[in-house]
Design a protein around this ligand. Structure first.
Ligand code: AQP
Length: 327
């Protein structure tokens, strides 16, 4: 059976990009793959975090996973920091990774620019920790949003380099991306992806935004002066809104274009906001339900970590043996 794995940082409340780019693909993968989904809390601290908020965000992310349909009987759900193999393997892989290839990572370049308190070494080596997350479990498939494709490719390169140097140890992983939804753009700036830690909350639709907030954000979303409602990549603002409409209604781009022929942005945005509200309502009710039982969420994370630790420890024993530190 193939193994599929993805992870989300508890940096804020998850947004619809995280849902469509990573969460729903892992729900689909549960049908025919052995699946892993975890909260990457050690990735989150590569940029400054408030400890209390981080703690809540870990439970919140777990509640979102469950509400989206991730089943802890089928998927190993856990918290990254509870499995020490991730950081141990990250150290070993960092001794194989080259400065130049990490300097080329576009996410590092984007995030480094935003840091006001200095850029941490952790932010620079973030992709190596992500490679460890993936390689530790012999992962074949990594459902991710487009922004993470470069990191999965690095994981593949590091696996290949390790295998050539120390003998076959790791499976070479492949990123998988949805045709629609792999890159939801920021509502306030459609030239950049939607991001949880964007400066303005107008950038994203969080999974917990109430109806009036969703309406305001969509009505003020950036478009252009051409009023035709269609999915045209040269018009990123409208194309992004049409993509979101397609994802929440399941209607094709052609159907959406035909429906709004002769109508303006006002009608389209009003309908889009209502469609998002309707789409998110049941999910929000489920998330709130899971959040009522934090101990049950912690149990799920602990149980998942136990299963993950067993697999990780086996792989680490092989890695230590192959690099020559096991006596
Ligand atoms: N805008 C997006 N569209 C589609 N997929 C997306 N993902 C993130 N943004 C979009 C996918 O969600 C998964 C989890 O992402 P992450 O939390 O590990 O970090 P990220 O990629 O850096 O996402 P954010 O939301 O922008 O978080 P912050 O602001 O904290 O950095 C990944 O599979 C990602 O591709």
């Amino acid at each position: 059976m193939q193994r599929a794995l993805t992870a989300i940082q508890p940096t804020n409340i998850l947004h619809i990009g995280n849902l469509f780019g990573a969460l729903l693909p892992i729900v689909e993968a549960q049908r025919d793959s052995q699946t892993f989904l975890f909260v990457v809390d050690y990735h989150a601290i590569t940029v400054p975090q408030d400890p209390k908020k981080l703690n809540q965000a870990i439970l919140f992310a777990t509640a979102c996973y469950l509400a989206a349909g991730v089943d802890p009987k089928k998927t190993i759900i856990f918290q990254q920091s509870l499995v020490p193999g991730h950081t141990e393997l990250a150290w070993i892989l960092s001794c194989l990774a080259h400065m130049g290839e990490l300097e080329r990572m576009t996410q590092y370049k984007d995030k480094a620019k935003k840091q006001t308190e200095g850029v941490s070494v952790g932010l620079f080596t973030y992709p190596v920790l992500m490679a460890a997350d993936i390689l530790l479990y012999d992962t074949n498939l990594v459902p991710v949003g487009e922004d993470q494709k470069q990191h999965v490719e690095l994981a593949r390169d590091l696996a290949d380099r390790f295998n050539k140097k120390f003998g076959k140890t790791f499976v070479l992983p492949e990123p998988i991306m949805r045709k629609v939804g792999a890159r939801i753009m920021g509502l306030d700036d459609p030239s950049k992806k939607m991001s949880k830690s964007a400066e303005s909350p107008r950038n994203y639709i969080s999974l917990m935004d109430p109806p009036d907030v969703i309406r305001k954000k969509i009505m003020s979303a950036m478009t252009d002066s051409n009023a035709i409602i269609e999915h045209d990549r040269r018009r990123p603002g409208v194309a992004n809104l049409v993509t979101i409409m397609s994802l929440v209604t399941d209607d094709s781009y052609a159907t959406i274009k035909a429906r709004y022929e002769g109508k303006g942005y006002g009608d389209f945005k009003k309908d889009l906001a209502e469609a998002i509200v309707i789409y998110l309502q049941p999910l929000q009710a489920k998330i709130n339900g899971f959040l009522q039982h934090p101990d049950a969420l912690k149990d799920i994370l602990e149980d998942g970590a136990k299963r993950a630790r067993e697999l990780a420890e086996k792989k680490m024993a092989q890695v230590r043996q192959n690099i020559g530190v096991a006596l």
